[in-house]
Design a protein around this ligand. Structure first.
Ligand code: FES
Length: 112
């Protein structure tokens, strides 16, 4: 959304979001992150490299929550990561791998 600070990224729960509330916003979906390039987005690559996904059911939510956090805070604390991931539930991976991925995202540089 656009604020006095400029464009601010925040993750939202897409399945209960009213379309009208998106007026004037810039919507980014998990499909957008890879862009036209061959490389994965740093958030996606970190999740792959740190084994942050198994069945993949929860992965889009984790990816977009981490993306929104990374756009605001490239080097987040554990508490900031945990807060950003609230509401995302994973039955298979365990959260430690996702936390390691979250801390590593900035080491991948900027998105292509
Ligand atoms: S990877 Fe299966 S629920 Fe998270």
């Amino acid at each position: 959304k656009l604020s006095s600070e400029g464009l601010v990224y925040e993750s939202v729960n897409a399945c209960i979001r009213f379309m009208g509330s998106l007026d004037g916003t810039h919507v980014v979906t998990v499909e957008h992150l890879r862009g036209n390039g061959e490389k994965l987005h740093p958030v996606q690559q970190a999740m792959v490299d740190f084994h942050g996904s198994q069945c993949g059911f929860c992965t889009p939510g984790f990816i977009m929550s981490l993306y929104a956090l990374w756009m605001r805070t490239p080097d987040p604390s554990n508490a900031a990561i945990e807060k950003a991931l609230q509401g995302n539930l994973c039955r298979c991976t365990g959260y430690e791998a996702i936390m390691r991925a979250a801390h590593a995202i900035s080491s991948y540089g900027k998105a292509a």
